[in-house]
Design a protein around this ligand. Structure first.
Ligand SMILES: [Mn+2]
Length: 294
C-alpha cells in the first residue's frame, strides 16, 4: 500500500521540504544491497548536482551502499536549483540518492548539510534540523588527531577568485557541452566494458588557465582558513578534488559527482584520504574477474 512518494524539488524547493517525512517511508527504485560497508569516521561529498543530466547518481548510490561513517558532511550543490527551475529533470536514481542520505541520518549517522550556491535556497534554513540532517552555513570539524577543519562550500570566494568563469555557471553552454560529451564517451566505454574516464579531469590538467585559477582558489581558501585560526579547510565548489598543504594549512577539496566522482574520508586515526569511486568500482570488477578465473 506504500505508494512511492517522490520528493520533487520544483522551482519552489523549500515548500517541498515537508514532504521528507513521507518520503523516507517510501522505497528506493534500487534497493540497498546487503554488503559489509567500509567504515570511516567522517565522509565529505559535494557538488552532486541532482536534477541535472550531468549528475552521476548511479555511481553515487553505489558509493553510498558501500561506505558508512559516524559523521557525513554534504558540502553543497547537492541539488541544482538553478537547473531545475529551467527544466525539470528528476529520474528515479536522483530520488534514490536523497533516500539513501535521509536513511543514513535515520540510522544514526550525524549528517551536516552545508548548502552551496546551486542549492542556496536551503541556506535560509541554516541552523535548523530536518529529518536528522543539520543544515548549517559552515561548520568546524574536529579530526580524531585533534585538528580543527573549517568546512564550507567555497563559492564565498567567487568574487576574489573569479570562480564563476570556470564552474559557478554550470548552466554555461560550454560546460554543459563538455559534460554531454563526457556522458557520451562514457556510455560508449561502458558498452565496451571499459572503466569510467573523466574528461574534464584530463582537460583541466592540460588547460593552463584552469590550472592557474584552481591553484589561486586553493590558496585563497587556505589563507581564509588560516586567518580564522584553524588547521585546515574542507570545501568543494570547483569540482577539483585535492589534498595538499598550503602555507601550513591543510587544504582538502572533496571534488564532485558530475564527472570526478570523488569523496573525502577521514579514517578513525584522523588520516585523510580521497576516494576515486570509478577506480574503486573498476578494482571491484577486476576482483570479480580474478575470482571467476581462479
Ligand atoms: Mn558551487
Amino acid at each position: 500500500m506504500n505508494a512511492v512518494t517522490t520528493f520533487s524539488p520544483s522551482g519552489n524547493m523549500g515548500a517541498d521540504i515537508a514532504d521528507i517525512a513521507d518520503f523516507i517511508h517510501s522505497r528506493p527504485s534500487v534497493p540497498e544491497p546487503i554488503v559489509d560497508r567500509r567504515q570511516y569516521r567522517t565522509i565529505w561529498i559535494s557538488d552532486v548536482h541532482l536534477g541535472t543530466r550531468g549528475c552521476n547518481a548511479g555511481m553515487l548510490n553505489d558509493f553510498l551502499d558501500h561506505v558508512d561513517s559516524e559523521t557525513m558532511y554534504l558540502v553543497g550543490d547537492m541539488i541544482d536549483g538553478w537547473r531545475l527551475k529551467k527544466k525539470f529533470y528528476w529520474p528515479a536514481a536522483h530520488n534514490d540518492v536523497l533516500w539513501r542520505l535521509l536513511k543514513r541520518a535515520k540510522r544514526g549517522t550525524r549528517v551536516v548539510y552545508i548548502p552551496g550556491n546551486h542549492d542556496e535556497v536551503f541556506r535560509q534554513y541554516s541552523g535548523l534540523d530536518f529529518g536528522g540532517i543539520s543544515i548549517r552555513r559552515k561548520a568546524i570539524h574536529e579530526t580524531a588527531d585533534g585538528r580543527r577543519l573549517l568546512v564550507l562550500h567555497g563559492d564565498e570566494f567567487d568574487a576574489i577568485t573569479l570562480a564563476h568563469r570556470w564552474v559557478a555557471h554550470i548552466g554555461d553552454a560550454a560546460y554543459t557541452m563538455l559534460m554531454g560529451l563526457n556522458r557520451w564517451v562514457n556510455g560508449v566505454r561502458r558498452r565496451l566494458g571499459m572503466p569510467y574516464w573523466s574528461l574534464s579531469k584530463h582537460a583541466k590538467a592540460k588547460v593552463k588557465n584552469a590550472v592557474a585559477f584552481i591553484s589561486h582558489f586553493e590558496e585563497v581558501v587556505a589563507h581564509a582558513a588560516g586567518v580564522r585560526g584553524v588547521e585546515g579547510v574542507v570545501c568543494g565548489h570547483i569540482h577539483t578534488a585535492e589534498m595538499r598543504e598550503i602555507a601550513g594549512i591543510a587544504y582538502y577539496n572533496d571534488g564532485d559527482w558530475v564527472e570526478g566522482c570523488t569523496a573525502l574520508v577521514e579514517h578513525f586515526d584522523g588520516r585523510m584520504e580521497l576516494l576515486h569511486w570509478a577506480d574503486e568500482i573498476a578494482a571491484r570488477e577486476q576482483d570479480k574477474v580474478v575470482k571467476l578465473a581462479a
